[in-house]
Design a binder for this molecule. Structure first.
Ligand SMILES: *Cc1c(COP(=O)(O)O)cnc(C)c1O
Length: 352
């Protein structure tokens, strides 16, 4: 039986994408060869990379000022690659600290240059998004994390700043409509809302590059990857192809506007149960609640065993909170059906 997968990542993908990806591993487009054994420069794979790069721009409504790359090293390597490409040797960067991933981004950036943390929610265990801070033109760029996967907080608004904006959107890219042209650099590990682990999506505005005065190591240099059309070295072919399939599935079903509506429904259903059921309480401050990762706790520890047995028996997977936070976390990524959330709510209601 297929389980109801609330895992925070790697996450659920459409069942038909799993099927298509599996078929491509055995025989890619009927050519008598596996996707995994053909040259990435062959006429069979090059169109995959081209379409993967093009569909991202269509879905995000971005024009040709932007370039799309599929790289390796996950979002974690972007923590270093972003400052390599945006932080000048004498300049400084502004970071918003909203959690563990944001903190990791700060650690890496500090290895390259000057970083100011302009606001932080560490004082309340990252249960909210800081507001009312200023970022002036003295900074080379501002870095933020749009959705905090572990704590279940999400930026509903982005500050107006007088510098470039770089954003880690790993866990909410393609889940909601934003004016993506307000960002100069967006990156997202594929495995949260787009595809399998093994590739990271980078969307960058071309005109911001080449201004740091650094001699950037080859793999770290966005400009080089752009020149090579995301084929500087062997790309992660399976991860790129499977991400493309997921994005085609999204486009066919109405794109971000359509999935956003369903994502809102799913989150609304679960949060209202958390707020109305005396045995549960939400973790994040209400105004900052994430539509993707719902973090919550049980109020009566004596009910924990019964609740854990009930959701496991119901065929639910991946409901345990991150090891650093405990409690529960239900991840409601794009491809988790509404029915799975309805089932979880029923299980929560069964606790007496
Ligand atoms: C998971 C996650 C990361 C780390 O991604 P990797 O691809 O594993 O390096 C970074 N940022 C956010 C917001 C995440 O959710």
């Amino acid at each position: 039986m297929k389980k109801h997968n609330f895992s925070a990542g790697p996450c659920i993908l459409p069942q038909e994408v799993f099927q298509q990806a599996a078929e491509a591993v055995l025989d890619f487009n009927g050519i008598g060869l596996s996707l995994l054994e053909i040259s990435h420069r062959s006429k069979d794979f090059v169109p995959v990379m081209e379409e993967a790069r093009a569909i991202v721009k269509r879905l995000l409504h971005l024009n040709d000022d932007y370039e799309v790359l599929f790289l390796q090293g996950g979002a974690s390597l972007q923590f270093l690659m972003a400052p390599y490409n945006l932080l000048s040797t004498t300049g400084k960067a502004a970071y918003l600290n909203t959690g563990k991933w944001a903190s990791n981004a700060i650690i890496e950036a500090k290895k390259l240059g000057n970083v100011d943390v302009v606001a932080s929610s560490k004082d309340e265990k990252y249960s909210y998004i800081p507001k009312n801070y200023q970022v002036g033109a003295e900074y080379d760029y501002f870095h933020c994390t749009s959705n905090n996967t572990i704590y279940g907080t999400q930026m509903k608004e982005f500050p107006k700043v007088d510098t470039l904006v770089a954003c880690d959107m790993s866990s909410d890219i393609f889940s909601r409509q934003l004016d993506f042209s307000k960002f100069d650099l967006i990156y997202a590990g594929a495995q949260k809302n787009m595809g399998p682990a093994g590739t990271v999506l980078v969307v960058v505005k071309k005109e911001i590059l080449g201004k740091t005065g650094r001699d950037i190591p080859s793999y770290m240099d966005y400009s080089l990857h752009i020149d090579k059309e995301s084929m500087f070295n062997t790309p992660p072919v399976f991860a790129v192809y499977t991400s493309l399939l997921t994005l085609q599935h999204l486009e066919k079903n109405g794109g971000i506007a359509a999935v956003e509506k369903i994502n809102e429904q799913k989150a609304q259903l679960l949060y209202s149960e958390i707020d109305n059921n005396p045995y549960f309480e939400g973790y994040a401050r209400k105004e900052d609640r994430s539509l993707m990762n719902v973090s919550f706790n049980i109020t009566d520890e004596s009910k924990k065993e019964a609740f854990d047995k009930a959701w496991i028996d119901a065929g639910i997977n991946g409901l345990n909170g991150h090891r650093s936070l405990g409690g529960y976390r239900a991840s409601l990524y794009n491809n988790l059906p509404l029915e799975s959330v309805q089932l979880l709510v029923e299980v929560m209601q069964s606790i007496k």
